[in-house]
Design a protein around this ligand. Structure first.
Ligand code: ZN
Length: 244
C-alpha cells in the first residue's frame, strides 16, 4: 500500500535520555516519563504503543452512560475527561516520575444523534442499516493530564466517515463475528472482512479510537519529547491521508 502524503504529520523530535544518578531534584521536563492509559480498549493500547513511551493501563470505571443526552462531541469530551480525572485522582504521589494520564472516548453520530454500542444483534442490524451508504461523524475525545503539574489538555477529533453500500448478507456475516458489540455504531473501520468504510476525512487512528496526531500535538504542548517512528505513524493511518 502507498500511503498518501501525510502533510498533517508532525516532524519527529529527539529524545534525550536522563540519568537518574545525580540525586538532584529533577525538574519536571527532566523526569522519566510514564504514561497511564485510562482505557481498557485493546485498539487504544495498540495505537498508544506506537508512540514508544512506557505505559500501563488503569481502567477508570467512569460511567460512560452519563450525559448521553448531550451533543455528541461534548459527550465524548466529558467522558474522556471523566476517565482521565478518575484515574489521575487515584494515583499516589511519586516525585521521581512524570506521569501523564490519557483518557479517551469515541462515539458515532448520525444526524446529530449518538449511536452507542449495540446490545443485541437487532440493534447492530438497525445501526448498520442506518449508516449504510451515508456520511456520519466519528468523534474521539482525548484528555491528557500531567499529574504532578496539575495540568490538563483536552481535544476532540471529529472525522467524517462514508459507509459503502454493504449488503444485508454482509451485515449478517459481520454480526456473526461478534465484532460489532463493543464498537460504537456497531462497526470497526479496520475490520478486514467487512471493510464497511468507503471514505474518510480525518485521522484514521482517531476513528479506530485514539487520534495520534492530536495526541502528539498535545504532548508537544506539554514539552514531552517525541519518540515515535514516523513510518509507523504512516502505517497506522492505513493509507488514508488527512484531508482536514
Ligand atoms: Zn492522524
Amino acid at each position: 500500500m502507498t500511503p498518501g502524503r501525510m502533510g498533517a504529520f508532525p516532524r519527529p523530535g529527539v529524545f534525550v535520555p536522563v540519568s537518574a544518578a545525580s540525586g538532584r531534584r529533577l525538574s519536571p521536563d527532566m523526569m522519566p516519563i510514564h504514561f497511564i492509559l485510562a482505557s481498557g480498549s485493546p485498539r487504544r493500547r495498540e495505537l498508544l504503543a506506537l508512540l514508544n513511551y512506557p505505559f500501563e493501563i488503569v481502567v477508570s470505571g467512569a460511567d460512560e452512560d452519563a450525559h448521553l443526552d448531550a451533543e455528541p462531541a461534548a459527550y465524548v469530551a466529558h467522558t474522556a475527561r471523566a476517565k482521565a480525572i478518575a484515574v489521575a485522582g487515584r494515583l499516589s504521589s511519586d516525585p521521581t516520575t512524570r506521569r501523564l494520564v490519557i483518557g479517551a472516548d469515541t462515539t458515532v453520530a448520525l444526524d446529530g444523534a449518538i449511536l452507542g454500542k449495540p446490545g443485541t444483534p437487532d440493534e447492530a442490524r438497525a445501526m448498520l442499516a442506518r449508516l449504510r451508504g451515508r456520511d456520519h461523524y466519528v468523534h474521539t475525545a482525548v484528555c491528557l493530564v500531567d499529574v504532578a503539574a496539575g495540568r490538563e489538555l483536552n481535544a476532540v477529533h471529529s472525522a467524517t466517515v462514508t459507509m459503502r453500500n454493504y449488503t444485508p448478507a454482509e451485515v449478517e456475516a459481520y454480526i456473526a463475528t461478534g465484532d460489532p458489540f463493543d464498537k460504537a455504531g456497531a462497526y470497526a473501520i479496520q475490520h478486514a472482512d467487512f471493510r464497511p468504510v468507503s471514505g474518510l476525512r480525518g485521522c484514521y487512528p482517531g476513528v479506530v479510537g485514539l487520534p495520534l496526531c492530536d495526541l502528539i500535538s498535545m504532548l508537544r504542548e506539554l514539552d514531552v519529547p517525541d519518540r515515535f517512528d514516523p513510518a509507523a505513524l504512516v502505517d497506522a493511518h492505513a493509507g488514508h491521508r488527512h484531508t482536514t
